[in-house]
Design a binder for this molecule. Structure first.
Ligand code: PMP
Length: 426
């Protein structure tokens, strides 16, 4: 594969951008090669600066559920651009998007739009603390909730493979109210509540952990979190930045039939443009400024182009019920292929249209087991697939995302290459 242009771009990038990238996982560090610089993407395909073509299973880390550059979305965005890029004033689009989110996700009775998942989570936690007048929160080891100071504790995603679980530059005082429990381990949560009880404002959880690779909740885990938060009058926050509109139209809350107090969104809700959203029960959201005393603001919040992409994407998902069923079938086919081809040498988790092959023989049902994965083996899997035209996450502890644009042929070709990889490993 010729990667001359990517290499030249990387050299230039290294001079003016830390690590040459604007988000760490893009640097391809844990797979030991130069990152590919992307030129364009269409449907299920992504093309690098040298013109190499790949079937893409990163999907911009989740937003591209309809595939890249879906015509209806591009058309709507192009039209919206002609009307100006930002006004810093309310628009009808913001109301339409908020109404649509509420309709699809009933726990979100009122919604605030922001510009990223990080902001959405940071703000939802502020609401939870403002409402309960308590300071502590519980997060889970290996769950990632964006890069705000108080949440960079035992975070997942790139923070796992770069072995920097905590970040420099975060004063200890900022994280002293962040308690850490183990995902899928009810006893670890009970213990924290017994000790800190009524100081805990909220539990924040990825209802399906997807930043230590995909780890679905054990039966009853989410309803346990609902019960214990109610018992201690704390709030339950579902971070649905990945699962929102991905597990189902109503996200994880609908999929698992557990109703959180607050939900955070990002990725799909912006249809490929930068948006985040947080929302929940009316009485909680009425705490947000200017109605209430929890301050939160944003120059580009509810941006007209981003809301246009979001509305168009959500409407397509809403009006095309076949999509979720088909997505799941495609993901299931890949998961089965991984299991068969690896003959038990790896562990595979799949739920709806996200999946992860873990290069460990232990069941990847919790953080402790997940981190036994052999990242070197993952790197050789990644590099093999890339050379054969398949673009998967350049790190073990991430998800593989299916889109409506992946054709049967795409899946077939991918399955063949996965089989080839495991055969040549034997
Ligand atoms: N929460 C979850 C569950 C995420 O996966 C991410 C990003 N991958 C975030 C929050 C942060 O979102 P953003 O990168 O848009 O700030």
């Amino acid at each position: 594969m010729n990667t001359e242009k990517s290499e030249l771009l990387y050299e230039r990038a290294m001079e003016c951008i830390p690590g040459g990238v604007n988000s760490p996982v893009r640097a391809f560090r844990s797979v030991g090669r130069t990152p590919l610089f992307i030129d364009r993407a269409k449907g299920s395909r992504i093309y690098d600066a040298d013109g190499n073509e790949f079937i893409d299973y990163v999907g911009s880390w989740g937003p591209a559920i309809l595939g890249h550059a879906r015509e209806e979305v591009i058309e709507a965005v192009t039209k919206a651009c002609e009307k100006g890029l930002t006004y810093g004033a309310p628009t009808e689009n913001e109301v339409i998007l908020a109404e649509l989110i509420s309709e699809l996700m009933p726990p979100m009775e009122m919604i605030r739009l922001v510009s990223s998942g990080t902001e959405a989570v940071m703000s939802a936690i502020r609401v939870a603390r403002g409402y309960t007048k308590r300071d502590m929160i519980i997060k889970f080891r290996g769950c990632y909730h964006g890069h705000s100071d108080g949440l960079l504790v035992k975070a997942g995603s790139a923070a796992l493979t770069t072995a920097v679980p905590d970040s420099a530059g975060v004063p200890a005082a900022y994280t002293q109210n962040t308690l850490v429990a183990d995902y899928n381990d009810t006893a670890s949560v009970e213990k924290l509540f017994e000790q800190y009880g009524k100081q805990i404002a909220a539990i924040i959880v990825e209802p399906v952990a997807a930043n230590m690779g995909v780890v679905p909740p054990k039966e009853g885990f989410l309803s346990f979190l609902r019960r214990i938060t109610e018992e201690y009058e704390s709030l339950l926050i579902f971070d649905e930045v990945i699962t929102g509109f991905r597990l189902s139209l109503g996200g994880a809350a609908q999929y698992f039939q557990v109703k959180p107090d607050l939900i955070t969104l990002g990725k799909i809700v912006g249809g490929g443009m930068p948006i985040g959203a947080y929302g929940g029960r009316r009485e909680l959201m009425e705490k947000v400024s200017p109605l209430g005393d929890v301050y939160q603001a944003g120059t580009l919040s509810g941006n007209p182009i981003a809301t246009t992409a979001g509305i168009t994407t959500l409407n397509i998902l809403k009006n095309t019920p076949r999509i979720y069923e088909e997505l799941e079938k495609k993901a299931d086919k890949l998961a089965r292929t991984f299991r068969e081809a690896s003959k038990g040498r790896i562990w595979v988790n799949q739920i709806a249209s996200i999946l992860s092959p873990f290069f460990t023989s232990l069941p990847a049902v919790n953080y402790e087991n997940v981190i036994t994965s052999d990242v070197k083996k993952y790197a050789s899997y990644f590099n093999y697939l890339l050379e054969k035209g398949i673009y998967v996450a350049p790190a073990q502890f991430e998800a593989m995302f299916l889109s409506d644009a992946h054709s049967e042929e795409d899946i077939k070709v991918t399955c063949e290459i996965i089989r080839e990889f495991f055969n040549q490993c034997e």
